[in-house]
Design a protein around this ligand. Structure first.
Ligand code: SF4
Length: 276
């Protein structure tokens, strides 16, 4: 057992374990400081992080009542402006239930530890329909099928069923739950998941097995991924002697875009309270 009993399992750290057990060990158990950012050009990398963060902030500000015209005047970045224009034109909020919980965190005991998730938005019609919305700013090349297999697509609805009773005003039935990935670069093609009891049981089993496996591993037994594509944007390349060249954002494959999105989410989580 390498983990403290109060360890919080999230989509980010579980996805890290799935992608590379060694990355999980370095980042969350050994708490190895991240070396310098790897992708080149670094400025483009940093700009991607900031643009993703700012886009999430804009939607949050909009959801809590700031007028779109006022928010539009704060944007001086072409890509961000395009995403924002897409958001306003597509109006992905239009079909959602009216009770809205932006930047909402749920947590629940699970498999001897706790699960935690921070949702971009949960929209609720209590007792009827609950929609999880996730804003994606990555490449429109994102493969929907691979997206369904991401930990986020399993953990978010699972945890909502387990811990969302207070916003549903009663037990959450898996059949009530939908999850929507909305793509800022491709607003006309959101990826939607209709959850159900079968998927819930499968996801519960899968996440339980994953956590049990992680908890059973001793230090030093977390293996390096055999798939070095995961190394291309990993900050531990030098520690693992994997790849001398930093990744180039233009070479990102679909899976790597999801890793970039996860890193953006990590950065958002680490920034903490946002000042408006
Ligand atoms: S560089 Fe590769 S092997 Fe090392 S932690 Fe990162 S993903 Fe894993």
């Amino acid at each position: 057992m390498s983990l403290p009993p109060d360890f919080l399992f999230s989509q980010s750290n579980l996805q890290d374990f799935v992608d590379c057990p060694r990355r999980f060990e370095l980042r969350y158990i050994l708490k190895q400081p991240w070396p310098a950012l790897q992708p080149e050009p670094v400025l483009e990398w940093e700009q991607s992080l900031l643009q993703g963060l700012r886009f999430h902030q804009l939607i949050l500000q909009y959801l809590i009542g700031m007028p779109a015209e006022v928010l539009t005047q704060t944007i001086y970045d072409h890509k961000l402006q395009r995403w924002w224009n897409n958001f306003l034109a597509d109006n992905p909020l239009g079909e959602l239930p009216s009770e809205r919980y932006p930047e909402f965190t749920l947590s629940s005991p699970f498999a001897g530890f706790r699960l935690i998730a921070k949702y971009d938005l949960i929209a609720v019609a209590p007792g009827k329909r609950i929609v999880i919305v996730d804003w994606k700013t990555g490449s429109p090349r994102t493969n929907p099928n691979s997206l369904r297999e991401r930990i986020q697509s399993r953990l978010y609805p699972l945890l909502l069923v387990k811990a969302g009773h207070h916003i549903n005003h009663g037990v959450v039935n898996p059949e009530q739950v939908e999850m929507i990935y909305w793509f800022a670069e491709k607003p006309s093609a959101p990826f939607c998941i209709q959850y159900n009891q079968t998927e819930y049981l499968k996801d519960r089993e899968y996440i339980t097995t994953l956590i049990t496996k992680i908890a059973s591993l001793q230090l030093g037994k977390f293996e390096l991924t055999p798939d070095d594509r995961h190394c291309a944007f990993c900050n531990y390349q030098t520690l693992c002697n994997r790849g001398k060249q930093p990744g180039n954002l233009e070479d990102l494959e679909e899976e790597s875009y999801q890793e970039l999105e996860d890193k953006i989410q990590i950065d958002i989580d680490q920034i903490g309270a946002i000042q408006f």
